[in-house]
Design a protein around this ligand. Sequence first.
Ligand code: SAM
Length: 219
Amino acid sequence: MRSFSFQLIAPYYDLLARLVFGNTIDKAQKHFFSLIPKGSEVLIIGGGSGRILGDLIKVAQPNKITFLEASSNMLRIAKKKSARILKNNHRNTEMCFIHGTENDLPVYKEYDVLITFFLFDVYPTHEAKKLASKLSEHLKSSGVWLFSDFCLEGQGFSFLWKKVLLVAMYTFFRLVSNLHNQSLPDYQTIFKELHYLPVQQQYFYHNFIISLIYRKLLS
Ligand SMILES: C[S@@+](CC[C@H](N)C(=O)[O-])C[C@H]1O[C@@H](n2cnc3c(N)ncnc32)[C@H](O)[C@@H]1O
């Protein structure tokens, strides 16, 4: 059961992310957008304030984006942002906003592309596993899954500073969002168990951030 909420932090989330990571988070998120087939139907889960919508619409030119977000404050910001982006870019991408979680997705609906950016890090492994398994039901067998998140790699000092920064971030979000998770879930095993294969991957911020594009292995 989710006990955390990004309601209070919603207006400041992007600013804080930029203060700590500069534009690296944006770079990591848009890294594989050019590999999304044009005209796709995309599902973004936990898209926050919609910071990636501009690049997604411009680069991937999707037909339709479904934006699923648990925080109504985040969703409100994302809605405003998307209206501005579509107007300024003269695009007619259809937008569908859903306030809720994976349990509120239309049953049996499948998408060409799933996007989960910095979503799994808020869950411990057993919950992230359930979330990934549920989301996987909504991806077409020919579809792709774009994933970005923090990762703990390296040894010695290279590991230490990442661990310290991660603990600081989790402590901060515990205070402002009641987030109780304190460590990264085991993404690799989760995707492997669901029979997803990383097609390409790219590290950012001295290997503290990873972006991957996954495809499901056909059985
Ligand atoms: C750490 S923030 C990341 C936001 C955005 N993806 C970004 O990178 O800027 C996680 C977001 O996911 C939302 N969220 C968490 N679990 C969710 C779920 N199961 N379904 C939909 N949204 C969820 C939170 O409300 C929050 O806005």
